[in-house]
Design a protein around this ligand. Sequence first.
Ligand code: GUN
Ligand code: FE
Length: 447
Amino acid sequence: MTTAYLGTIVHTKSFGEFESFENGFLAVDSSGKIIGVGKDYQEWISRNPGKKTDLTEVTLSDYQFLMPGFVDCHIHAPQYAQIGLGLDMPLLDWLNTYTFPLEAKFSDQKYAQQVYENVVSATLRSGTTLASYFATNNLESTLILAREAVRQGQRALIGKVCSNCNSPDYYVEETEHSICATISFVEEIKKLGSPLVLPTITPRFALSCSKELLKELGDIAKRFDLHIQSHISENLAEIEVVKDIFKTSYAGAYDEAGLLTNKTVMAHGVHLEDDEVELLKTRGTSVAHCPASNTMLSSGLCDVQRLINAGVTVGLGTDVSGGNSVSIQDALLRSLDVSKHLDFFKKQNIRGSGEAKTPDPTYVQLKYKQALYLATLGGAKALSLDHLTGNFVVGKEFDALLIDVSVVDRPARPLNVDELLEKFIYTGSDRNILEVFVAGKRAKKEQ
Ligand code: GUN
Ligand code: FE
């Protein structure tokens, strides 16, 4: 069976290249793969006469469009239990006061089941078709998260979090246990047999892992060719401690352990030095930009154009619950805010600010179509899954959102393609997301 969507289609091809088809089409086969996309449906049908039988046509309204699903490159699933709470402290105090006590509760599998069911459905409802999740130190409950993603039909990278030092007594692992549980996790995920979910090596951050554990985790990632995720250069106080312990840069600490690979995504990167940016680029390591969390936890303003210009791939992360929203659409909007704020700072456009530390009259603000790239294809690239998802290319999976900008307020006049997208980005919410598709299957639950 083939389904053909007829109407407005938008997606990106690179950071600088946005593409749209007004009165276009997108055809999906029964396995959930895109088999045709473009301007001229009739021409495609005439080239593919066999598709005419068993064909369903879905015609979009003038206020609707199809776009690729959102990619969340960094989210802590257990922290959904405290989303919107306790955002009055910087990182290290926040971890000790709120977050470690919360995550320790996930040794209770019933509690884990409840929270993980909710976080997967909340992210799907917000249009996240692919998420890179941190779970907790607890192996069994991390498997619950993986099963939940499979059950609800979300594409996900999932990591059992590893930490063996500089952590509270009630939430720390023995090195050997951390390694064995990680290997068991990888094996158990394979047994699930779902193409949607992949295991990810997840040292929490350099501060909470010994050199030995980092090295072991790097070796496991290499042995099984796995994705890797962690945090880097988020907060100034944290960076000082990491440098002091490892006697090298933050990026250097991971690199020595073999953890910077082309399948690694590092969250934040707010304060990376030039040589660290160069190292990430050389290793093919990506950055998850988490604008909400960087503001909420007072970490700083991340200059993503600097990273992109240096050749580092960037995607967006909600970083729930350092970030206060599960929505990548919200992260997209925040990335635009942060870029404007950086621009004010760099152009000394703030009353009474005196000299900016890093004035830069040449700074160019992020544009909404570039931010759309970060929220979709950039994220898929950052997670090394752009061969499968991130935009609408024949052969990729149909991971998509059906947006309707007339759901809450009908626009006062007809909108062109760019305006439909702008309207959604700047005023939309999950109410405007009518359908969420992952690998061609409907994945949004009725509310
Ligand atoms: N660094 C180490 N753990 C965390 C976490 O849970 N959230 C954030 N934002 N940063 C971290
Ligand atoms: Fe985080």
